[in-house]
Design a protein. Structure first.
Length: 254
């Protein structure tokens, strides 16, 4: 069974509130911001398998180009919840984004990683003087800084090229960059599609793991606690189902 830790920060999980609305009332609409990334699996399963519907919610998926874009969608009010790692979530909050973390769906050190042109980079020292692609403010950006410090490479010795995660594969293929820090599915896709590209390391191999956190609009968590509680309960049920159905879950989330 998948381990799920629930944060009650910003929520009062008074379960008696859940039954307060009339069964005849219109189900509250919940917009779930997702992107083409495995770290969105919990949210996708929760909608497709009706775990949120079973909580009396009218849930719909809203597709964004990347996880950071989905997070900005929540900040802008175009989605109610999404999933993201700590760095972009904390950065958005620090910039005034009205979001709160309501639970952690997973811990992983294999979702994020680093892809290189294997003819140009074979060891950490080879990063010096190279152009490196990364999405600004993402967990991958944090991984890049961590990697450079861990390998005693001064940040002024590399040339960061800030670009959206979906654009990094083409940039590597053109030779605009010699490597990029990103996450799945972009790591595996680059290694499969770009000649000489290989996954140099996963973040766990660099001593770094990320939490996949569920982030919610702050006004929803504070001002509509019964709905916020239903969302969390539906996601916990989805996580339990995924843990018990490890073969079926990836197919449903695809």
């Amino acid at each position: 069974m998948r381990s799920v830790s629930v944060s009650v920060t910003g929520l009062v999980l008074a379960l008696g509130l859940i039954g307060a609305t009339s069964a005849a009332s219109t189900p509250p609409t919940v917009t779930v911001g997702v992107a083409p990334s495995p770290d969105m699996s919990l949210l996708i399963v929760a909608v497709k398998k009706d775990f949120l519907k079973n909580q009396g919610l009218d849930a719909k998926l809203e597709l964004f180009e990347s996880s950071p874009s989905a997070l900005q969608g929540v900040v802008a009010g175009r989605a109610d919840i999404t999933a993201n790692t700590e760095p972009p979530q904390l950065a958005a909050r620090a910039r005034g984004g009205k979001i709160v973390q309501v639970m952690t769906g997973y811990m992983s050190g294999r979702q994020n990683g680093l892809v290189v042109n294997s003819k140009v980079i074979t060891k950490p020292a080879d990063f010096a003087g190279k152009a490196i692609g990364v999405q600004r403010g993402s967990g991958a950006n944090y991984h890049m800084v961590w990697f450079l410090e861990r390998n005693k490479i001064s940040q002024d010795k590399v040339e960061p090229k800030y670009m959206a995660a979906p654009d990094q594969i083409a940039a590597l293929a053109r030779g605009d960059i010699a490597a990029f820090f990103s996450w799945e599915p972009f790591l595996s896709k680059a290694a499969a599609d770009v000649p000489d590209a290989k996954v140099f390391s996963r973040s766990i191999e660099d001593g770094l793991s990320f939490a996949g956190n569920i982030v919610m609009r702050e006004d929803l968590a504070k001002n509509n606690k019964p709905v916020a509680i239903r969302i969390v309960k539906g996601l916990i049920a989805a996580a339990d189902w995924m843990g018990a159905n490890v073969d079926e879950a990836p197919k449903l989330a695809n």
